[in-house]
Write a protein of this length. Structure first.
Ligand SMILES: NC(=O)c1ccc[n+]([C@@H]2O[C@H](COP(=O)([O-])OP(=O)(O)OC[C@H]3O[C@@H](n4cnc5c(N)ncnc54)[C@H](OP(=O)(O)O)[C@@H]3O)[C@@H](O)[C@H]2O)c1
Length: 394
């Protein structure tokens, strides 16, 4: 963990200069950024990552593939389950994260609500003493009882709640700063200007370095960015769901905001783990997802066939093709595949070495576009919380 103090005065001047120019501050030259402005990068690269390809994600320099840590307790003691059908244990989850660090992974994604609390605790344990050069991203925004972890339903981005959540997150993550803090879902009760103002204060205090939004409305992105520059948007994006291409990615490009695709493997579909006969248990999130319903799977399987054929052609795996396609879209995209499995982790990291020529990419894009996907990407109540515009500031 770095105890380097952040020079808050020069940091403020740097932010003001960027605001006057109407650009994200990290678009100014690196030499214009004060020391400590991007402390994660200043700490130096993670071990093992020194020779690996790096890319910009907003203010960060990151390995092209991140790691999603979205876990909750299983029935057995120490059991760690994902949202789907995979399971591991706490010790193995810690080892997985440490292996990712050794392989050069920089961006680790989690959230207060994953567990709740458990995923942040595991990430904190795994990264203690291995913090340099790592970007920890986590999220606030659901209404969770801070003592019991009980979900009270709906969102909560009230400023006093955000401040309390961040204190608890710092303790669980065993760190003195959150590199990238997202609002998990837009709160329909709280103007985004109030959320951004709260984050700005936390940044001044050095507790948060940068912030982002997950699944926000377009105007909310602009309003949030105007108060305090956004480092990243985290939305679902993959060959299976290309929604962000219409408006969100162009807006990120315009404003200099990085983009983090969640469920980059289509919840395992694009890695080839779902067949036309797959049926999901009650505990498996995919049971409620229309595009994986028995009626829709037969229409959607041609996408898996396509990915498999490209995997053969490029001497890669379906998961690697799916991730490499995402990183080829824009140089400021860093997907965060989730896994509980060491072999899968190593395979996913290997996607960073796969490149497509412009002609290959055009051919693959066309082929993907020709496969219509049947069924919504999420169930109606989950979908209703996406693309929400925050209420106006009175
Ligand atoms: N902001 C948001 O609202 C939001 C929503 C959802 C997720 N997220 C973030 O995004 C991350 C990733 O999303 P996700 O986990 O939903 O979906 P995903 O990464 O698209 O898929 C994960 C699934 O793929 C399997 N898998 C991973 N690598 C594989 C490989 N190489 N070969 C075969 N199977 C493989 C995993 O099983 P194994 O464990 O067996 O590998 C798991 O079942 C999460 O961890 C979380 O951090 C954010």
């Amino acid at each position: 963990m770095s105890n380097q103090p952040v020079d808050l005065n020069s940091r403020r001047q740097w932010l003001a200069a960027a605001a006057a120019l109407g650009v994200a501050p990290w678009l100014l030259t690196a030499s214009a950024a004060p020391a400590g402005a991007s402390r994660a990068a200043a700490d130096g690269p993670a071990p093992g990552a020194r020779s690996a390809a790096r890319r910009r994600l907003g203010p960060f320099e990151a390995f092209p593939i991140g790691l999603g840590c979205q876990w909750h307790p299983g029935r057995r003691p120490q059991a760690v389950n994902d949202l789907y059908a995979s399971s591991t244990d706490r010790q193995a989850a810690v080892a997985l994260i440490r292996r990712a660090v050794d392989l050069g992974v920089v961006l680790f994604d989690t959230a207060e609500v994953y567990g709740p609390f458990m995923s942040e605790e595991i990430l904190g344990e795994a990264l203690q003493g291995r913090r340099n050069g790592i970007v920890i991203s986590t999220k606030f925004g659901f209404d969770i009882d801070p003592q019991t972890g009980a979900r009270r339903g709906g969102t909560n981005s009230r400023p006093d709640h955000i401040r309390r959540v961040v204190e608890a997150q710092l303790r669980r993550l065993r760190t003195d700063r959150i590199d990238l803090l997202y609002q998990h879902r837009v709160d329909p009760q709280v103007p985004i200007e109030d959320v951004a103002g709260t984050i700005k204060d936390l940044v001044k205090q050095g507790k948060v370095l940068h912030w982002g939004l997950s699944e926000p409305g377009l105007q909310t992105i602009r309003r949030a960015h105007a108060v305090h520059p956004l480092a990243a948007i985290q939305n679902e994006y993959s060959m299976l769901w290309r929604g962000p291409e219409a408006h969100v990615l162009p807006l990120c490009e315009e404003l200099g905001i990085g983009f983090v695709p969640w469920s980059p493997l289509g919840m395992g579909f694009l890695a080839g783990t779902i067949s036309v006969d797959s049926r999901f248990g009650e505990q498996d999130f995919r049971a409620s997802v229309p595009r994986f319903a028995p009626d829709n799977l037969p229409s959607n399987m041609p996408l898996v066939d396509l990915v498999r054929s490209w995997a053969r052609r490029k001497n890669a795996t379906p998961a690697q093709i799916s991730l490499a396609w995402l990183t080829a879209r824009k140089p400021w995209i860093v997907p965060i595949p989730g896994t509980t499995n060491m072999t899968h982790l190593e395979e996913n990291v290997g996607a960073a070495t796969i490149a497509f020529s412009a002609a290959e990419l055009a051919e693959l894009d066309t082929a993907i576009s020709e496969i219509p996907i049947r069924g919504a990407r999420l169930s109606p109540p989950v979908l209703a919380a996406t693309g929400v515009e925050a209420p106006p500031k009175q």
